[in-house]
Design a protein around this ligand. Structure first.
Ligand code: GTP
Ligand code: SPV
Ligand code: MN
Length: 620
């Protein structure tokens, strides 16, 4: 790590410094100087990504009380961070797409005029790092030097963000070395927004989790810049993840003919030794990590993990769709993760893990709801308060997460980080739906699959601030993450499909979350989801029948292997029931959903909606 006194980097402080990045290494150094002049940190540290640097940052955070070192026997080299209770999830109402026109952001994004937002942010960032260290964090999304990898540089005043980014990306000197004289790199500015020196030069005491009541997470898709103010948590602060690899990358991808999607990636090997690759888009906290690390219950099946949250996909030289996981780690939901539901994740987080907002045991280990059947008798909850099973509040925050390197996962595929990625055979869309949506349905073709994707809805989870459980549309599981007009995203998908032609992956829709009238999940889920994969694999091989319903192709009678499951005929009927009346009401909501986007909705998708309505009328 190299340390520069901020004063030597600072320009004359008379006028407010303009922050203006540009391509190349020289522009990077100029930009870092400009940011330092604006934010006025005590010092500027360029991060190398070395072990020694990482240890030093962790030791400093332990010493200052901002993280807790867990017991070195029970949870080696692992730490617990407790966030401010007002900074626990993404803040969608404070997330902005600052494109030149409001239409380019579309009705599902908050839009701000780019120059007005730049002005506002420059004011907010002024002096925002006083009394703190400013870290310069170069990172690569995708393997360093890979043909479809991208480099970014995050400036941050949060050491927690530095150690997290080191896990989640290829961070440090190697990534920096990718920036040549003309290289394009994405600037990502981040401050927790809590300077330690106030206007009158008085120093205030730091807190364990600094943040600001006001938060602004802003993206400039045309100039490919990110500015994030006021939060230290997750997708608000680890800017490489949602801000870069989804919002900015989706805008890049649209221009350059590829896709940046909220998808897990797996390799499936059948008992016959056939290999297929599946990409699946489920909304936040709807089962991507679980599906990506699945332990199949059917004998002879193998599922290997390639990615759990983000995929970059592009047509390859062979005309097929190829995908990489641009990340290097997992930022996974802890609650609901246990030895029965996700044993691979439990193994992954045994060591070298940063936990955030989970509970701590009295002997210095971690716990969360679902980690074991019986909660420990005494815990320290995520707020740092004593907790017992009688407590009225959960021990871990529902959006508590673990941050851990991908290569610690026992199910990680050997070549998960291959720069070329893997060829995709099937795309799966899903959501959390208590009603209406069957366990699995197949699309007729790519266009029908894009219709599936554009109409995904899900009950909201704790991954974002907002009313948990409320049904909302989340097309492509990208509603919070698309850096441009969502309807243009659908058109872009149709164009990609036209290019892929007969080599396009087959498309499916799944729902693990359908409930019985008494509120219980109808489907056992988790490792049993391999039964759905088995049917998908059989469909790709032409070995399974389908019965066409108004909402897609359902497994033919007896085509889904249910042996050994405690599932009666009534539950099975409920899992696949398509009620024309309920679906007609749903189709009306879909029309209103499309109408929000006006004439930007591709005519081919409108025709698919009309077709759905006709089919429902015929079935009624
Ligand atoms: P993000 O990281 O927020 O994008 O989410 P994710 O899609 O990776 O979510 P994750 O896999 O961590 O899912 C979290 C929640 O879904 C947990 O509460 C799990 O218990 C639950 N879950 C996952 N798979 C299943 C399933 O097959 N059935 C049921 N009923 N719940 C599931
Ligand atoms: C999500 O919300 O989809 C996440 C977590 O993967 S965060 O990185 O905080 O956005
Ligand atoms: Mn996600």
């Amino acid at each position: 790590m190299s340390i520069v006194d901020a004063d030597t980097a600072a320009h004359a402080a008379s006028a407010r410094p303009v922050v203006a990045p540009g391509p190349g290494l020289e522009a990077l150094h100029r930009w870092v100087g400009q940011v330092a002049s604006l934010t006025e940190p005590d010092q500027v540290v360029w991060c190398s990504g070395s072990d020694a640097e990482n240890r030093r940052l962790l030791d400093e955070m332990v010493a200052s009380g901002s993280i807790v070192a867990l017991d070195s026997g029970l949870r080696p080299a692992s730490y617990l961070a407790r966030s401010d209770p007002a900074d626990v999830a993404r803040v969608e109402d404070r997330t902005f797409i600052c494109s030149a026109t409001e239409q380019d952001a579309g009705p599902t994004n908050n839009w701000r005029d780019p120059s007005a937002m730049r002005e506002e942010l420059t004011t907010r960032f002024e002096g925002s790092m006083r009394g703190r260290t400013m870290y310069v964090v170069p990172f690569s999304m995708g393997p360093v030097g890979g043909a479809i990898s991208q480099v970014g540089v995050q400036v941050t005043d949060s050491p927690y963000v530095v150690v997290s980014t080191r896990i989640m990306t290829r961070m440090g000197a190697d990534a920096l070395a990718q920036i040549g004289p003309d290289s394009v790199w994405v600037p990502a500015l981040h401050t927790v927004g809590m300077p330690l020196v106030t206007g009158a030069d008085t120093r205030i005491e730091d807190v364990p989790w600094p943040s600001n009541a006001t938060k602004v997470i802003a993206h400039f898709p045309e100039t490919r810049e990110i500015w994030s103010y006021g939060s230290g948590y997750g997708g608000n602060a680890l800017l490489a993840k949602k801000c870069f690899a989804l919002r900015i990358a989706s805008a890049m991808a649209r221009e350059d003919g590829w896709l940046a999607e909220h998808m897990l990636l797996i390799r499936v090997t059948t008992p016959a030794g056939k290999v297929l690759h599946v990409a699946a888009a489920f909304p936040s906290a709807c089962g991507k990590t679980n599906f990506a690390m699945m332990t199949p219950t059917l004998p002879g099946w193998k599922v290997e993990t390639i990615g759990d949250d983000i995929a970059w996909l592009r047509p390859g030289a062979d005309g097929r769709l190829w995908a990489i996981n641009p990340e290097a780690g997992f930022f996974g939901v802890a609650p609901g993760t246990g030895p029965d539901t996700n044993p691979a994740a439990m193994t992954t987080v045994r060591s070298n893990t940063v936990f955030t907002n989970v509970a701590m045991t009295l002997d210095g280990d971690v716990w969360w709801e679902g980690a074991s059947d019986e909660p420990p008798a005494h815990l320290i909850d995520w707020r740092g308060q004593p907790w017992t099973p009688d407590s009225a509040t959960p021990a871990a925050h529902p959006n508590a997460r673990f941050t851990v390197a991908a290569d610690q996962c026992p199910t990680i595929s050997d070549d998960w980080d291959s720069p070329d990625g893997v060829p995709i055979d099937a795309i799966v869309f899903g959501g959390r739906r208590a009603t209406n949506v069957p366990l699995v349905a197949e699309a007729e073709d790519w266009e029908h699959g894009v219709f599936f994707g554009s109409t995904i809805s899900s009950e909201q989870t704790a991954a974002a601030e907002g009313p948990v459980g409320e049904l909302r549309l989340d097309p492509f599981a990208m509603q919070p993450f698309c850096g441009y007009n969502m309807a243009d995203h659908w058109a872009h998908w149709l164009e990609i499909g036209d290019r892929l032609g007969s080599k396009a992956p087959r498309v499916f829709r799944v729902n693990w979350f359908r409930k019985s009238s008494d509120g219980r999940y109808l489907w056992p889920g988790f490792g049993e989801n391999v039964r759905v994969l088995e049917w998908i694999a059989a469909r790709l091989d032409g070995d399974a029948d389908v019965r066409w319903s108004p909402v897609g192709g359902l497994p033919g009678v007896g085509e889904l292997d249910l042996t050994g499951l405690d599932l009666d005929g009534f539950a099975l009927d409920q899992l696949f029931a398509v009620d024309p009346a309920a679906w007609s009401a749903e189709a009306e909501q879909l029309r209103a959903h499309y109408d929000r986007f006006g004439d930007r909705v591709p005519a081919r998708l409108r025709a698919r909606l009309d077709q759905l309505v006709r089919r429902l009328e015929d079935a009624a």
